[in-house]
Design a protein around this ligand. Structure first.
Ligand code: SF4
Ligand code: SF4
Length: 152
């Protein structure tokens, strides 16, 4: 059974899966409550880091907007294999929001632009409390690098 915060390569090949980049040991657990299949757990003390059961995760993305640290992403490495495109679902709290079909910049964890990305979906329901979930198509070898977007 594959557990952790970063999915193993074999799991990434299979389909969309969560990536939890939570590194601060603070009392926090909305991610646990947000997951409908119980894939995220925090064992023992609430200050401990979450752990994902990657065999249970369906890559639905429901946990993304629930994380106050904006530390949760879903990656789909083989989103469009014929075009070499992967998909990254990421939390986004800026306005204006992009819209489906927009070309934007894919940005890495340091804020550096690393590719062009296409907005595939924008999810922004009242339940998300102003954290939109933006799905962007990016080169599949960059799904573990793109962690934000910048509008053109
Ligand atoms: S992506 Fe969906 S199934 Fe996976 S951990 Fe998040 S809420 Fe659970
Ligand atoms: S909700 Fe986010 S910050 Fe809080 S424990 Fe889960 S991943 Fe970490």
């Amino acid at each position: 059974m594959a557990k952790g915060r970063i999915p193993p390569d074999e799991r990434m090949e299979k389909g969309p899966v969560v990536v939890v980049e939570c590194e601060e040991e603070i009392p926090c657990n909305p991610c646990v409550k947000a997951c409908p299949v119980g894939a995220i757990t925090i064992e023992g003390n609430i200050n401990n880091l979450p752990v994902v059961d990657f065999d249970l995760c369906t890559g639905c993305g429901l946990c993304i907007a629930g994380c106050p640290g904006l530390a949760i992403f879903v990656v789909h490495k083989n989103y469009r294999p014929d075009r070499g495109e992967g998909l990254v679902m990421l939390p986004y709290e800026f306005i204006p929001l992009p819209k489906k079909g927009d070309k934007v910049w894919g940005v890495d964890r340091n804020g550096k632009v690393i590719c062009e990305a296409t907005v595939e979906r924008v999810l922004n329901t009242p339940k998300q409390d102003r954290t939109a979930i933006i799905s962007v198509a990016v080169p599949s070898d960059l799904v573990m690098e793109v962690r934000n977007i910048k509008l053109k």
